[in-house]
Design a protein around this ligand. Sequence first.
Ligand code: GDP
Length: 454
Amino acid sequence: MTGGFENDTIAAIATPSGEGGIAIVRISGGRAKEILQRLFSPAKADCPFEQCRLYYGRVMVSGKPFDEGLAVMMYAPRSYTREDVAELQLHGGAYLARAVLKEACELGARPAEAGEFTRRAFENGRIDLSQAEGVMSLIRASGEESARAALRQLEGGSSAFIKKQLAALYEAVAGVEAAIDYPDEIDEAEAAGNLAESLQKIAAELESAVREKDWRLMTEGLYAVLCGRPNVGKSSLMNALLRQDRSIVTDKAGTTRDTIEARLTISGQAITLTDTAGLRSGADEAEREGVSRAKKAIESADALLTVIDASMPLTDEDRETLALRSEAKRLVILNKSDLKTLTDESDIRRLCADAEIVSVSAKEGLNIERVKDFLLRAASHRSEFELSGVRQMRAAKEAAQALRSATDALSAGLPVDLAEIDIRRAVSLLGSLTGDEVEERILDRVFSDFCVGK
Ligand code: GDP
């Protein structure tokens, strides 16, 4: 029964661990129905388990009623894995679900490995590789935004994008191959000219799908920078943010005016928080160095937290900090709100009309949640994107690089077959994402499009 084309029957708890409203145990494979019939005793005697119909009844463990629940069968190929799939909905709670899973395994299923349902869906042609990755990201997605991206991928959004780029590449390659193979009939210089142009276009499409910031957010997390003059409470705020999370604070080697960096995780979103020195350059070199580092940090920030001491009137240095130009998402933090305030929101509003402002007390831990909320929103601020998943982004990035180098070769007047190597690399990189057999298709294309010397 195991191995070979005929898969064995697998079972798993399909809902997250911990307490929840319901828990679902999912069984997939040839014995799914048989196992379900032994696990579930329907309330009505007549229970044909029609496709996708929910039946109410009792969940049985060791032949005894164990829980009330709902059962559904989805028959091959009209199921997620394209095999027979049974699902049992139980009352929430890890204990119940585990007991039912154990029972299912005693009745002939085996525990599924991580991602095995999705793997079967892929192997049985239900979804392509890129969609399979989408499911994985969806399962792992923490923020709402990444879940949305994962969903788009699942829906084939990024497959469609990659397939479109691949199709364009096939065209280009077809042209080149025909020129190489049939030099008398197709002018190589002309083919090369057209090719360079189309490659550049594809590279640009790919590059725009992998924006640097998205890439960094995905791989390293949000880069947030704290700025403000000395003593406004930047370090205190950083500590307040870190206190509630397990995190590592790393003092970067250097002077006291250097930047301090910490990693924290908020609701699964990785964030690097950098505390900068003030922006006023002091007399000594170390201080000037600190200021230039701070400016660099601010330039590359995804999120900029400007801290103001609300217990004092605004100073010139505060105004300078507020006037900093940055493409980052900005939050102005009025700190020390536990004290009598001499600077309030309207003072800030006058200087930065559309700033997002929040009053906090780092010392008392007041409103720190709102700062976190801002960071989370900043991390999810990825506009429209075509790709999700590190592997997709990496492949698209490398493919774009290969295409750029092909274009360089062509522009330098090198033979077309040198560019072809890079193009083929790009094709196989993109092809690896959809799991398509690419080489065959390129050749098909050459013959169907050019039919030279029939
Ligand atoms: P930094 O130089 O901007 O990093 O400021 P620090 O975090 O070192 O804070 C400067 C001083 O302000 C310290 O004495 C802190 O205890 C104090 N401080 C920081 N945050 C608050 C706050 O929310 N309320 C009050 N009352 N004092 C604070």
